[in-house]
Design a protein. Structure first.
Length: 442
């Protein structure tokens, strides 16, 4: 017989071939130090929760894999090897986030990022940037997607990995808003030297939410030269946004061109399999025992935002920790209800915006999504598209679909028309902002 380690590696390959990559990496790949004892394969887990899932869901697949590799039927035993509590307590403080001084929150890493079909390209590109020679691949890397889908997680994971691999690396992280404010301060002080030294001496520059420098001509000019200096010096640039470069209105074309010269990777809302893997992983990290119906319920109800999934698990864990209450379907339903109240789905928000604008212009909602083209309806339709974009960040294509399949260029023209009128008509601008306010305040 071959060494058991060699057999196990072949078993892993078999399992990878018969299940999704997300399922494989979440469950099978994480099995540590399996053993072959007296004709039985012993699969060890650190928690009862993981042990139960492996035994109930993957026993048959693992048996098939061993039979395929060895040609014989083996018994599999699933056991729990929990660490003593005193060891756990000693280990926890040792976890250090290398970028804690930059961004607070969890320990962002590639290991705890759940990969699925919705984020596979962004994840692979981020890992490549983090492990290659600085500035040598995908430069710049531009990651876009709606809020709560993992853009910042990947950005922080790249930073953490770069720090591990490159002693003394100068990483500069900022948001476009901070970049703007720092630049304005330097302008007021009539001294750009500290600002330029900070950003242009970076080995790797990370800028979150770049869309907020739109329509800021002086800031864009400074950013353009900073960008060029770093790229020419083979320094890495990573940027995130809620939309692709071509859809950031008010962004200089030459900056868009620079962004498009690297790699643009999007992150979409996770599919149900990825959501399920996230829920299971987060529950296990919090030592929560969730039943399959509970897991399925959370995965079905929260579809568009990973951060909300994590928030749900955190609330369930808090109830157990603070009040000793084990999770029930009823308590989970209440938590989900509270989240849905605080964070209405985009589709509901879009419908509410259209209805609110229709009321403002004394029209029927159906008028705005019809083909009618009289002046009042056209104006209200344009305003709706503009507000939807500002509030939800939906792509131009998706907004067009809400209005009977309007083309990307048509939606862009409508939004541009509203922006132009707002610049010359203060009353109109206030009307639009008042409608936006009622949705952003909710």
């Amino acid at each position: 017989m071959e060494s058991f380690q060699e057999v196990w590696e072949q078993v892993l390959e078999y399992c990878r071939s018969v299940m999704s990559e997300t399922t494989f990496k979440t469950w099978i790949y994480k099995i540590e130090n399996p053993e072959f004892i007296d004709g039985t394969v012993v699969i060890k887990s650190s928690t009862e929760f993981r042990n139960t899932i492996l035994r109930d869901k993957f026993n048959d697949t693992l048996k098939e894999a061993f039979e395929a590799v060895l040609g014989i039927d083996l018994n599999i035993e699933f056991v729990v090897e929990e660490k003593p509590e005193e060891i756990i307590k000693e280990e926890k403080p040792a976890k250090v986030n290398p970028v804690a001084s930059t961004v607070s929150g969890p320990d962002y890493s590639f290991e705890n990022f759940i990969v699925g079909s919705s984020n596979k390209l962004a994840h692979a590109a981020s890992w490549r940037v983090a492990t290659a020679e600085i500035g040598s691949v995908y430069n710049p890397l531009f990651i876009y997607g709606n809020s709560g889908l993992g853009k910042t997680h990947l950005m922080m994971a790249i930073q953490n990995e770069l720090r591990k691999r490159n002693t003394g690396i100068n990483i500069v992280y900022t948001t476009s808003e901070n970049f703007l404010n720092e630049f304005i301060t330097c302008m007021k002080n009539q001294d750009n030297k500290p600002f330029r030294e900070k950003y242009r001496n970076a080995d790797a520059l990370f800028i979150d939410d770049i869309q907020f420098i739109k329509n800021k001509e002086s800031t864009q000019e400074e950013f353009f030269h900073t960008f060029n200096d770093l790229i020419n010096a083979n320094k890495q640039i990573v940027i995130t946004s809620d939309r692709p470069p071509k859809e950031i209105e008010g962004l200089n074309d030459r900056i868009k061109t620079r962004f498009e010269s690297g790699l643009i990777a999007d992150i979409q809302p996770p599919d149900i399999e990825t959501r399920t893997a996230i829920i299971i992983t987060k529950a296990e990290e919090s030592n929560l025992k969730l039943t399959k119906p509970m897991i399925n319920y959370i995965a079905e109800k929260i579809k568009d935002n990973i951060r909300q999934i994590e928030g749900t698990i955190n609330k369930i864990a808090a109830m157990k920790s603070l009040y000793g209450i084990d999770p029930t379907m009823g308590s989970i339903q209440q938590i989900i209800h509270d989240i849905e109240t605080d964070h209405r789905p985009v589709s509901a928000t879009v419908d509410d915006i259209i209805e609110s604008v229709a009321d403002k212009y004394d029209l029927a909602k159906s008028d705005l999504i019809s083909e009618k083209r009289n002046a009042n309806i056209s104006l209200a339709r344009n305003v709706s598209m503009y507000i939807i974009r500002e509030v939800t960040g939906l792509s131009l294509e998706n907004i067009g679909n809400k209005f009977g399949g309007k083309k990307h260029s048509t939606v862009k023209h409508s939004i541009d028309t509203v922006e132009e009128r707002m610049m010359r008509d203060v009353k109109f601008k206030n009307t639009v902002y008042n409608i936006i306010k009622q949705f952003k305040d909710n």
